[in-house]
Design a protein around this ligand. Structure first.
Ligand code: SAH
Length: 548
């Protein structure tokens, strides 16, 4: 393509990338254009050309897409926080639906998956949903305070007084901080020279309870005139219940350090979710959009299909919200999470909600899964809710070996979700249903919840009936498959499938070979692990089906 920088070309926008760039084709050559809308007719100035595509900027809108609306934020386009303030929420949801569909078909190579309609935010407005904000602090070239949000794909701060995605209290806290800093111009951290004190303003709100936490992320614990800031916040922000300093002295892009000092009030704030009360520490993850989190968890609970008898594993559990919200429908819940503070919260959260059938383990999910397996904690349903990078392969392998009936995968990144679902599918888990959920209106991010079910060919109940029917020596046997299963569970604490029992029976000549091989035997001959073989043998001995 002989396009070059600064060429001006006509372009029709026909699609949207996963990051929210409009895309059109010029002589079949893809051109990506920020801030455009599907069905826009544009004149576009080329800003960068590569071998396979180019980037352009809108020079003129010839014919505006019917998706377009007027942006209601003065910082939109310079601030990187929102991607879609120029199109209607309805068209944003359609783009997100397509994003999930595209990832699953292109990356996951799935065809015709049952992808349900996206669960959007049905409230009157999509404003004010963010219950947590990290406001970067910096200085301009004249040394004046800059605070606000990062520009798109950059660490350049766009100085902003307010943000529509956050609640009014956060905008007020930003204003109070500015005024305090004007009076007491305390040192601001500079990420290039790695010098200075204050890095970020940290804000969190329990949406249902109204409780607000204000924090300063600082390289050192001692902040000059911090009492003045506290007093101003207390005066104007009566819902503030906690004022903390988080110490982050490291040369890093990670926002928070490990140490928190509570300067005033509580160490945590409270919120209510799914009828339960949760304690949240500064370092703990909590879904950023409470209303949509309830919708997401409701769908996850529907997919988990609990009846009260199941052992439920909740991997990447954070402060325990998903597992605890389902605990009343399960026999037992085990949550696993890597951040120690979150586990402290999770245990406390179980107690305060009087939930006695939940345990929490602090550690890496893949490692903990292996340990649970070695302790014969056999789950019926597993939930995973990993960060953007998705699940470790070793975790997926251990989950498959634990052999739960259902896996519910909650994901904030369709690309890693698609990759992981493909692995699950190849290991015998069927993608039964996918529901996208809009947790982050006006941004390009989209959440999904997926039900994976263990493939039918290994379905225990079906096979059970089959095997009892074809077992020639049944009339002589002292115990049915169910009785043997129960004996093994009671005595060895192991769950064994009828297939395993059949294999061991066959080894002792209890089932005729020909009959056992009836039907699609290929799928039905798994290898019995040694410990289970021993436990089943003990059961057969107990029921006097074999000699001692
Ligand atoms: N399910 C929770 C949290 C989901 S966010 C909720 O809905 O609120 C993902 C969580 O995974 C975070 O709390 C993060 O600390 C945790 N995490 C990240 N890597 C992990 C790992 N290797 N093992 C266990 N937990 C991990």
């Amino acid at each position: 393509m002989n396009l070059k920088k600064n060429d001006i070309i006509p372009l029709s926008i026909t699609g949207m990338t996963a990051d929210g760039l409009g895309v059109g084709r010029y002589d079949n050559f893809p051109i990506f254009v920020p801030l455009s809308a599907i069905n826009d007719s544009l004149m576009v100035r080329i800003v960068k050309v590569t071998k396979r595509f180019a980037f352009g900027r809108i020079e003129e809108i010839l014919n505006s897409s019917s998706d377009r609306i007027t942006s209601d934020c003065p910082y939109f386009t310079s601030c990187g926080g929102c991607t879609y303030r120029h199109i209607s929420y309805k068209s944003e949801l359609a783009i997100k639906q397509q994003k999930v569909t595209d990832a699953l078909s292109r990356i996951g190579a799935f065809k015709d998956l049952p992808i349900q309609a996206i669960l959007g935010d049905c409230r009157q407005s999509t404003d004010g949903y963010r219950n947590k904000a990290l406001i970067p602090l910096g200085k301009d070239k004249d040394g004046k305070l800059q605070m606000g949000f990062y520009a798109v794909n950059s660490h350049r701060i766009v100085d902003a007084l307010t943000c529509r995605l956050q609640p009014a209290e956060f905008n007020l806290a930003m204003k109070i901080f500015r005024e305090w800093h004007r009076k007491y111009p305390c040192s601001i951290y500079d990420e290039f020279s790695h010098s200075g004190l204050l890095r970020k303003l940290y804000l969190r709100k329990g949406e249902k309870t109204g409780e607000v936490m204000v924090g300063l992320i600082s390289t050192k614990p001692k902040i000059p005139q911090v009492d003045e800031l506290l007093a101003a916040l207390q005066e104007s922000l009566p819902t503030m219940v906690s004022f903390v300093v988080n110490i982050n002295p490291d040369k890093t892009n990670v926002a928070l350090g490990n140490r928190n000092i509570t300067l005033w009030g509580k160490d945590t704030i409270e919120d209510e979710l799914c009828g339960l009360t949760f304690d949240i520490s500064p370092l703990s993850f909590y879904q950023v959009n409470r209303n949509q989190a309830e919708i997401l968890y409701r769908k996850a609970a529907e997919y988990a299909g609990l009846t009260g008898n199941e052992i439920l594993l909740d991997f990447y559990c954070g402060i325990g919200t998903i597992g605890l919200s389902m605990a009343h429908q399960a026999k037992k819940v085990i949550g696993v999470e890597i951040i120690p503070d979150a586990i402290v919260n999770a245990k406390e959260n179980a107690k305060r909600n009087r939930i006695t059938n939940a345990e929490f383990i602090c550690g890496d999910a893949a490692q903990a899964a292996l340990e649970l397996r070695s302790q014969n904690e056999i789950p019926d349903v597993i939930i995973v809710d990993p960060p953007r990078k998705g699940c470790d392969l070793s975790l997926i392998e251990t989950i498959v070996n634990l052999s739960p009936k259902r896996v519910v995968y909650v994901s904030c990144d369709p690309a890693t979700l698609a990759r992981d679902l493909r692995i699950f599918a190849e290991k015998g888990y069927h993608v039964t249903e996918v529901t996208p959920v809009d947790m982050f209106p006006r941004t390009a991010h989209v959440e999904s919840v997926v039900l994976l079910s263990k493939l039918k060919s290994t379905d225990a109940i079906e096979v059970n009936i089959d095997l009892d029917e074809i077992d020639l020596t049944k009339s002589e046997s002292k115990a049915t498959y169910d009785e043997i299963k129960q004996y093994v569970l009671d005595n060895a604490g192991l769950k064994v499938s009828p297939l395993y029992i059949a294999q061991v029976k066959r080894k002792y000549g209890i089932i005729e070979r020909d009959n056992y091989n009836l039907g699609d035997s290929k799928a039905r001959v798994p290898q019995v692990p040694l410990e289970k073989k021993k436990a089943i043998t003990d059961a057969l001995r107990h029921f006097r089906m074999i000699d001692n």
